[in-house]
Ligand binder design. Structure first.
Ligand code: E4P
Length: 217
């Protein structure tokens, strides 16, 4: 399973990148706002830091304008995945841009039927938002299971990119279901390494090591 970082914060990406865990990056207009940076500039920097796909989102709502924006974003670097919303205009844009050989991430997916449409439009990635479904009392992970089944039934190659991840449990569940990719904010990715027994065990080892009076270096 691939790990994408859901942020436009260059420092956070650089820190996680050192672990070799970053297979890609996702951004959206809200994350660009949070970064306080110019979209073209910051996206170019991210693309230079990370080898894998970097999602940059269009903001037009009509297909023709979306296609033009997508082409402009795709010019930033080879590893751009143009992010389009799951609307008919977004699906048309997806079809056009993937036919041109560009990667497309169809975002704001909240149902299995929407995911089916994205796959039929040739999407490289489908981004179902699990956290936002949980927020309205619908189990987001159930949707991931449904999409996995549907894509496997018809051998669709579109990768399931689990988005709007809020907890480490979302990551575990995504892996168990067989999602292709998760995108999570840096704080959630960092929490994946945490376990109280690891902390306690390390503290005990350190205490015993100090009593030996030895040094390795
Ligand atoms: C991913 O592509 C989305 O931009 C992101 O995961 C949305 O997360 P949120 O629901 O926490 O804003």
């Amino acid at each position: 399973m691939k790990f994408f970082v859901d942020t436009a914060d260059i420092d956070a990406i650089a820190e996680l990148n050192e672990t070799g865990m970053v297979d890609g990056v996702t951004t959206n207009p809200s994350l660009i706002l949070k970064s306080g940076r110019d979209i073209l500039e910051v996206t170019r920097e991210i693309c230079a830091m990370v080898d894998g796909p970097v999602s940059a989102e269009v903001v037009a709502t009509e297909a023709d304008a979306m296609i033009s924006e997508g082409r402009k974003l795709a010019e930033i670097a080879e590893n751009i995945a143009v992010k389009v919303p799951l609307t008919w205009a977004g699906l048309k844009t997806c079809k056009t841009l993937t036919s041109e050989g560009k990667m497309v991430n169809v975002t704001l997916c909240f149902s299995a039927n929407q995911a089916l449409l994205a796959a039929k439009a040739g999407a490289t990635f489908i981004s179902p938002f699990v956290g936002r479904l949980d927020d309205v009392n619908i189990d987001g992970m159930d949707l991931i299971g449904e999409i996995r089944t549907i894509y496997d039934n018809f051998n669709f190659q579109t990768e399931i990119l689990v988005a709007s991840i809020r907890t480490v449990n979302h990551v575990t569940q995504s892996a168990l279901i067989g999602a292709d990719v998760i995108t999570a904010p840096p704080n959630v990715l960092k929490k994946l390494a945490d376990h109280p027994l690891t902390e306690n065990g390390l503290a005990a080892f350190m205490a015993d090591w100090a009593k030996t009076g030895q040094k390795i270096l």
